[in-house]
Design a protein around this ligand. Structure first.
Ligand code: HXC
Ligand code: NAP
Length: 314
């Protein structure tokens, strides 16, 4: 059951399997002050759809200028219009493939032509799909690794060179996911690539701290987007598994929750944070990983008996 109360949403969860009833208070509104990102020009790869578009929207609301780039021009034109109408901000778009270093250079040059410079980069573009690994061709593996890892190091390299040459204290933010820590079957190219991006984040953070460049990452759990959910949680699954109910918080992430975190990490408020990865998954991965978390299925009244049987006999 949902209740709207000002900017807060109250969710009353009645989970019959554990008989837990909880009242959760959530805020899905922007958390930073107007103008927080007014001095930022931010390139967002994959900024025309999904989470990239939602983060771009909030950056614009906070006063940033945003450059979105991806492969499909019609998508970018639509997103530019939508974002400008919603926020009154300034959006520039450049068509390009993150795998192609010439497209990366073109996007950076076009950004500098349009806005004079840029001081923030969000590596968000990704490619992914589920498949048993033994069914993958070498090209399929390359495709995902190239978009995610090569795309991120292409942008990081060109951006870093520009910032170092021009003494710009810029901020890079990379979107990974929680299986960058754990690995995962059925998305192995993505897991390898996201793990690489996480290592890149920490490596560049330590090497480029002397130039005043910060590099951080966000590891989201599931946030509904057409791009991710159509490829990773196809409708055919819904007849035998309810992914959302299996999450410890019994809900997916809200785009604004991610946008708040991204804006904070892009902003000068996080000036002392670099080389860090912040998980935003409602405890999904630690919940699945913790050896004894299954004990939550034990009814409370059984604990007396269990405790008796596990105590040392006097
Ligand atoms: C097996 C597949 C496949 C599939 C493609 N291939 N889809 N193999 N299963 N489902 C193979 C193809 O057969 C081909 O190999 C090779 O991969 C390249 O395919 P193309 O279609 O030519 O590639 P391309 O046009 O570049 O498209 C890239 C793509 C596509 C990754 C395949 O899905 C895409 O454009 N994705 C962009 C958006 C996206 O994926 N968003 C989701 C990110 S979500 P052969 O050998 O046959 O030629 C995410 C979330 C993580 O990362 C965490 C969630 C919790
Ligand atoms: P999405 O909408 O499919 O976003 C992916 C974007 O990347 C698209 O705009 C796509 O545009 C772009 N892209 C793909 N290949 C590209 C290429 N070669 N060159 C340039 N751009 C390319 O999916 P999303 O869910 O918002 O994902 C955004 C990010 O969040 C990704 O890094 C993803 O791994 C991460 N993530 C998502 C979730 C989730 O649950 N949604 C969870 C964890 C992490 P074009 O296809 O038009 O190029």
């Amino acid at each position: 059951m949902f209740y709207l109360y000002g900017e807060f949403i109250l969710i009353y969860i009645s989970d019959t399997s554990t008989l837990q009833k909880r009242l959760i208070i959530m805020s899905f509104s922007g958390m930073l002050k107007d103008g927080t990102l007014a001095d930022k020009v931010i390139i967002v790869t994959g900024g025309g759809t999904g989470l990239g578009k939602s983060m771009s929207k909030y950056f614009l609301e906070l006063g940033a200028k945003v450059v979105i780039t991806s492969r499909k021009e019609d998508v970018l034109i639509g997103a530019k219009k939508e974002l400008e109408n919603l926020t009154g901000g300034s959006v520039h778009y450049v068509v390009g493939d993150v795998r192609d270093i010439n497209d990366v250079k073109k996007t950076i040059d076009s950004t500098i032509d349009k806005y004079g410079s840029f001081n923030a980069l969000l590596n968000n573009a990704a490619g992914n799909f589920i498949s048993p690994t033994e069914n993958l061709s070498a090209k399929a593996f390359d495709t995902v690794v190239d978009i995610v890892l090569k795309g991120t190091y292409n942008y990081s390299l060109e951006t870093g060179k520009y910032w170092i040459d021009n003494k710009i204290n810029g901020t890079m933010l990379n979107i990974v996911t929680t299986y960058a820590y754990t690995g995962s079957g059925y998305v192995v190219p993505s897991a390898c690539a996201k793990g690489g991006v996480l290592t890149l984040t920490r490596s560049l953070a330590s090497e480029w701290v002397k130039y005043g460049i910060r590099c951080n990452a966000i590891a989201p759990g599931p946030f509904p987007t057409e791009g991710a959910f159509s490829r990773l949680f196809p409708k055919i699954f819904s007849s035998f598994i309810n992914i959302e109910k299996k999450l410890p918080m019994k809900r997916f992430g809200d785009h604004q929750e991610l946008a708040n975190l991204a804006a904070y990490l892009m902003s000068d408020h996080s000036g002392y944070i670099t080389g860090e990865v912040v998980t935003i998954d409602g405890a999904e991965w630690i919940h699945k990983a913790g050896e004894f978390n299954w004990l939550e299925k034990v009814p409370k009244k059984m604990w007396g008996l269990i405790s008796k049987s596990t105590r040392k006999k006097k």
